[in-house]
Structures are given as structure tokens and as C-alpha cells.
Design a protein around this ligand. Structure first.
Ligand code: IVH
Length: 695
């Protein structure tokens, strides 16, 4: 085969794929803009678009005049009056990885022909609708959408109803100077809380019409494009300003021009700007920040799909100019999509520690947020029925942070009739016992209390962090001991010996020593922790503490009646029944006996009265995972010395105690200049103050 023929066939494949992509993109555009019923996510649309764009860049002869890439995402609405933008409205080039951000910077260096340092402003990339606001002599005179970049829709009436858009910018007095004509660019969004409340209201008012409100962005964009501004007024729209497009007259010369200063100026004029904007001196910090921010994207009140990195210095930004429709001085770092669609190929059933049967979806593998997903939870059978998810369906999958992916819903329009309903199994897939449904409950359970899977799950829970906290028995450990026949119940753990462990795979002398030491330490866990670890349905540490307040020993609790427990504030009748029923069960009583016989002390927790007052007047906020204390323990420690534990960071917070994977609370503390301690720092603070007191 000759060289040309290879190239030709590659070209043929590319041509076919390009045609297919164009067809798909046209179809999805139609669904999105005309029918209002998108069947793929924005991220998937972008990925199809990017693929086509890449093919066309490689083989420019394949570009057709009607290619979606040539339309540059026009979202013009024919019913609205049109506005011609004074200059084309630009959009941002995208980067998906640290390397692509570095490549962006490398291109800048090449254009500037230097490697001089400059600062960056990093902002959230709002996932909303871009608007261009024109102020004349301080008055809002025009609001337009981006449209096709050249011509936009006039949405002035709707935008006037948005409270966060100033109708009039204060002029004179102490107000900052305002040019005669000021054009501001911003983004209209709906805050997540507002959207939830709005959906609930719509559900109540017009249950059949709510499917139209697919997500906050579509709802915001739909609201703005109504001819009747009353509709926009009835939707909770918010507008964030993020730039000045144009400032006329001599005054324009005196306005702040660097991006960070522009945002401060806009805020001083009464515009809403995001709190999550930061300025950095070097690119490594920028990259670390945008990557770390992904984990906190949900802490913001609005949806974002990435971060925007801008060269802060206006002189450099302007000198860099424009490539195509993108300014060279800015780039959008896009987060990986959190939602994807794929096929549900099978359903399997898991059994939890209470015996509850949980359906799990087996998926055609998809790559999302940096990992391949093959499984997603379906929660419970009621959920499956409500969402009408079937085997064989195309389903929407969500993966947010570290949470297990779950199935949001099916795409019924992609069905071909071969899909099959999902029904609860009749027998437990692990022990073949009958599956039962408790009266009045939505869940199905394995009826066998000795079901091996159920036992394994309960034992894993028992040894876990926050329960008995037996280090060295992470996930696989418990099952290995069960399979070796060394443990059957919780109490067996406390009778383990070095001789029993030695023959097991992976158990060296040191590991055995560590494990036995941590089991020994667990024997001293207070009664409340032991009971909470037993996995009585609905009975966690908080409930146990309530119970122990009135019935402070195991003997007392075991002999309490339903009426007595029901009388405790915070304990309802159902819970009282569960607790009394659990303690009445002979096997459970035997287990408690055996725990005690094997050395578990089950003593009441130490007196909760403050051990000192050295933290009196101080408020602490806990965030992230501390190396040794659980959150409850850290809070108890602080309170036992007279300190208070708050849930959110404010100027009144004295200290933030931060552990691993600390979130937005840590950032806020840093912003407000509040002292941050780690666990050792907290212990040291208490020790220091105690020492002072004794002096
Ligand atoms: S600056 C030169 N900053 O993202 C273009 N855009 O293609 C000016 N967006 O539709 C954009 N948040 O509406 C900028 N903090 C932010 C933004 C932002 C969202 C939107 C913008 C545009 C798209 C970029």
C-alpha cells in the first residue's frame, strides 16, 4: 500500500466521522434549543463539538458551511428585538489539564517574546447566561445576550427585574467616578438553593409542567428570553459582573484596568461580584488553586463548570490580542464533567449491614472525572420505580466528589423496546434466604440474620472509624478473618491471638502486634461507642447518648420499656420499639455477654462536665479529617474545656481546626485572617493554657 492510500483512507474515516458528528450535533442542537428536551449533558455536547473541531482543524477541506463549528453557538431567539454589539463578543479558549494551562502560558511567552513574570486573576466560571449591560450616565439603558457574538437578543426588560443588577449606578458624592458610557459583562445564574425552592414551588403549582425546568442554567436562560418581564421577575435570577467591555470618554482613561482592580471597582459601583476571586503571582499557584477548587465547587452558591484564568495586567492582556474569537490573555480551565450517559447493562443486588437489599447498576464503562465507572447505585426499589429505570436503558450517571456514582434517571426517548423492568429478587443473592419487605417500609431485606454478606458488612462497620476504631482491619481485613473462620461475630475479635493470625497471608510479626494492640485499645471504648457500633437500625452515637442520659448503664438500658424510651425527648415510638426489640432478642443479649466476657469494658463515657474552662469565650470550627480524633471527639474535647464549636466560619470564629481534605471553611478562614490549627496545634493550645492556669 502506498503512502497516499493510507492518508486517503484516514481521510475517508475522518470524513465519515465528521459527517456523523455534524448530524449528532445538529440533532442535539435541535433538541436543546427548539424542543427544550436535551438528551445529553452539556459536557457531552462539548466533547462531540471538540472532536469535530479537531477533525476539521486537521483536514480543513472537510469543513462544510453548515458545520456547527461555523455557527459559533448562536442562541438567538427570533421573537426578541436584536442588538448589534459594538464589538464582537468574545469567548474563552478551554484547557482541561495542567499541561494545557502551561501550554497557554507558553504561547503567551512566545507572543510577548519574553518569559517575564506577571500576575493572574482567577475567577469561577459561572455556568449561566452571559449578558452585556450598557449604562448611560449611570442608568441601565440596555441589556443584551451574547447571541452569535455579533448580534444579541435585547433582554433589557427581563434584566431590569434582577435585583443584583443595579438600575442606576451612584454618581457624585463619595461614589467612584463613572464614565458616561459603561459596558459591563456578567453572567445571569440561579443560585442552587433558589433553584431548589423554585422547583418545589413549581411542582406544587403546576406538577405537569415542571419537566421544563431541567437545570438552573436552562431555567435562567428561558426566563431572560421571555417577552414578558413578569416571567423573569417570578424567577430567582442573580447576576454576577466579571468585566468591563467598554468605557467611553476621558474618564475611561482613569478607571482601573487590571482585572482584579476592575472587579473591586465594579463591586464599589454596586455590582455583585464573586467572593471566590483570587489573584496569584505565579502559574504554579494558579494550577494548584484551580485543581484544588474542583473539590469545593459545590460549596459555592451557584453552579460553575470550571475556573477562568486571566492575565491580571491590562497592558499585557490587551497586547496579547485575540485569536479567532478568543482573547489570548485568558483561558477557561474546565472541570471534568460530573454527569455522563451510558447503558445500564445489568442489575446486581447488594446486601447491607442491616440486611437491606440495595440494587446496583452495572454500566457500560464510561470515563468520568478521571476514573472509569462501571457501577452506580440505584438507592432502593422505590427510587427505581419512580425514575422508571430499566435494564438496557441509556441512563444519566452523576459522580460528585468522592460520593459513589448514582443513576439520576433514564432517557426513555432512546429506548428500543427491549428494555426490562427491574424487580426485587425473591431470594438473597448471598445466602438464598427469602427476601421480605417490612410492613410500612419501602426497603426489602434478607430475612436471615446470619447471612454471611450481612455479617461481613456489619463487622466492617463495627471496626470502622468512628465506631470501635480498630486500625489495621480496613475493608479486606474483616473478610479475611471471617473466611479463615477466626471470627463470626463482633465479640470474636477480642479473643484473637497471635498464633491464630500468624498463618494468614500478609500477617507479619509487626502487623500482628499492631492489630492486637489496637484491639486491646478498643476494649476500653466507652459504652456509647460500643452500642452505636452494633448497628441497631437508626441508632447512631447521637441517639445512644440520648438513651444513656436517662439509662446510664447497659443493665439499665436493657431493662427499659418502650414507653420509657418513647418518653425521652428526641426518641420516637418506632425507634423505642427498635431498641427494646433489639435488646429483647436472645442472640443480641448473648453477644453483649460475650463482648464483656472477652474483655470489652463498656463503661459509661467519662463525666461530660467541663474538665477546665481554659477555652471559655473561644469559638472553634472543625473542618476536614483529623489524624486521630473523630469530629465528635474533637468537639467533645473543646467543649470539655469550656470552648464552643460553631458550624460556619465568620469573623467571630477564634480558631479553625483543619485536617486532611479541609474544604471551603479553611479557605474562608484564610481569607478572614483567622488562625488555623491542626490537631496537634489544638492539643498544644489546650496544654499551654492549662499550664498557664497552674502558674
Ligand atoms: S471572561 C473574553 N469570566 O464563559 C471573554 N467569562 O466562553 C470574556 N463566563 O460565555 C469572558 N464566567 O459568559 C469570563 N468569570 C468569567 C466567566 C465567564 C463565565 C462565561 C462567559 C462566556 C464563557 C466563555
Amino acid at each position: 500500500m502506498t503512502e497516499t492510500s493510507i492518508t486517503l483512507s484516514e481521510h475517508n474515516i475522518a470524513a465519515q466521522r465528521a459527517a456523523e458528528l455534524r448530524r449528532l450535533l445538529h440533532e442535539h442542537n435541535h433538541r436543546y434549543f427548539v424542543l427544550g428536551t436535551p438528551s445529553i449533558t452539556d459536557a457531552e455536547y462539548d466533547s462531540l463539538f471538540d472532536e469535530l473541531d479537531a477533525i476539521e482543524k486537521r483536514y480543513p477541506d472537510l469543513i462544510t458551511p453548515d458545520s456547527p463549528t461555523q455557527r459559533v453557538g448562536s442562541d438567538l431567539d427570533e421573537r426578541l428585538p436584536k442588538v448589534t454589539h459594538p464589538a464582537p463578543t468574545l469567548s474563552l479558549a478551554k484547557a482541561y489539564t495542567a499541561e494545557e494551562i502551561q501550554a497557554w502560558r507558553a504561547r503567551i511567552d512566545k507572543v510577548l517574546d519574553t518569559t517575564a513574570a506577571f500576575a493572574y486573576t482567577v475567577e469561577p466560571k459561572f455556568d449561566g447566561l452571559s449578558v452585556i449591560l450598557t449604562y448611560t450616565d449611570g442608568l441601565l439603558t440596555l441589556a443584551a445576550t451574547r447571541g452569535d457574538g455579533y448580534i444579541g437578543d435585547d433582554v433589557t426588560g427581563s434584566v431590569r427585574t434582577i435585583r443584583s443588577v443595579p438600575q442606576r449606578i451612584p454618581v457624585g458624592g463619595n461614589a467612584p467616578p463613572v464614565p458616561r458610557r459603561l459596558v459591563v459583562r456578567g453572567e445571569v445564574v440561579i443560585h442552587k438553593d433558589d433553584f431548589k425552592a423554585f422547583q418545589a414551588r413549581m411542582q406544587a403549582e403546576q406538577p405537569e409542567g415542571t419537566a421544563r425546568f431541567i437545570n438552573a442554567r436552562n431555567t435562567a436562560s428561558g426566563a431572560l428570553k421571555q417577552l414578558d418581564p413578569k416571567i423573569a421577575a417570578s424567577r430567582p435570577l442573580t447576576c454576577y459582573a466579571f468585566g468591563i467591555v467598554d468605557a467611553s470618554d476621558a474618564l475611561g482613561e482613569r478607571l482601573p484596568r487590571d482585572q482584579y482592580a476592575v472587579l473591586l471597582y465594579l463591586r464599589a459601583l454596586g455590582f455583585l461580584t464573586s467572593d471566590a476571586v483570587q489573584r496569584f503571582e505565579d502559574l504554579a499557584q494558579v494550577i494548584a488553586h484551580v485543581q484544588a477548587f474542583e473539590a469545593h465547587r459545590h460549596d459555592l452558591p451557584f453552579e460553575i463548570d470550571g475556573m477562568v484564568i486571566k492575565v491580571d495586567d491590562a497592558a499585557i492582556y490587551n497586547a496579547l490580542g485575540v485569536v479567532g474569537k478568543n482573547p489570548r490573555g485568558a483561558v477557561a480551565y474546565k472541570f471534568p464533567p460530573e454527569e455522563v450517559t451510558t447503558r445500564l447493562i445489568n442489575v446486581t443486588f447488594n446486601v447491607g449491614r442491616t440486611g437491606m437489599i440495595v440494587p446496583s447498576a452495572e454500566l457500560a464503562p464510561v470515563f468520568v472525572s478521571g476514573a472509569t465507572i462501571r457501577q452506580a447505585t440505584l438507592n432502593n426499589f422505590e427510587d427505581v420505580a419512580r425514575k422508571d429505570v430499566r435494564v438496557g436503558d441509556w441512563v444519566r450517571i452523576k459522580r460528585a466528589g468522592e460520593v459513589i456514582p448514582f443513576v439520576i434517571g433514564a432517557l426513555p426517548e432512546r429506548r428500543d423496546g427491549t428494555e426490562q423492568a427491574i424487580t426485587p429478587p425473591e431470594c438473597c443473592p448471598f445466602c438464598a434466604s427469602l427476601v421480605v419487605r417490612a410492613e410500612g417500609e419501602i426497603a426489602y431485606y434478607c430475612s436471615n440474620p446470619d447471612c454471611p454478606e450481612r455479617r461481613a458488612r456489619q463487622l466492617e462497620y463495627f471496626v470502622g472509624r468512628g465506631q470501635m476504631d480498630i486500625e489495621g482491619l480496613a475493608v479486606r481485613g474483616v473478610r479475611q478473618l471471617m473466611e479463615a473462620g477466626l471470627i463470626r461475630d463482633e465479640a470474636d475479635l477480642f479473643a484473637l491471638t497471635a498464633e491464630q493470625l500468624a498463618p494468614l497471608e500478609g500477617y507479619g510479626a509487626q502487623k500482628i502486634k499492631n492489630l492486637l494492640a489496637s484491639i486491646e485499645a478498643a476494649k476500653a471504648r466507652p459504652l456509647e461507642r460500643v452500642i452505636a457500633a452494633l448497628g441497631i437500625p437508626g441508632v447512631g452515637l447521637t441517639v445512644v447518648r440520648l438513651l444513656l442520659k436517662d439509662f446510664p448503664s447497659l443493665a439499665a438500658l436493657q431493662s427499659a420499656t418502650i414507653e420509657q424510651l418513647d418518653a425521652i425527648h428526641g426518641i420516637g415510638e418506632a425507634l423505642a420499639q427498635t431498641v427494646v426489640g433489639w435488646f429483647a432478642e436472645p442472640r443480641n443479649r448473648a453477644l453483649l455477654e460475650k463482648l464483656r466476657a472477652n474483655g470489652v469494658q463498656m463503661l459509661p463515657a467519662e463525666n461530660n462536665a467541663p474538665r477546665s474552662e481554659v477555652l471559655r469565650g473561644l469559638t472553634f470550627v472543625l473542618t476536614g479529617t483529623l489524624p486521630s480524633l473523630t469530629r465528635d471527639e474533637a468537639a467533645a474535647l473543646i467543649e470539655s474545656h469550656g470552648g464552643k464549636v460553631g458550624s460556619s466560619v465568620s469573623k467571630k470564629t477564634s480558631y479553625v481546626v483543619a485536617g486532611e481534605a479541609a474544604g471551603s471553611k479553611l479557605e474562608k478562614a484564610q481569607r478572614l485572617g483567622i488562625a488555623v490549627l491542626d490537631e496537634a496545634g489544638l492539643q498544644a493550645l489546650i496544654a499551654e493554657r492549662l499550664a498557664l492556669r497552674q502558674d
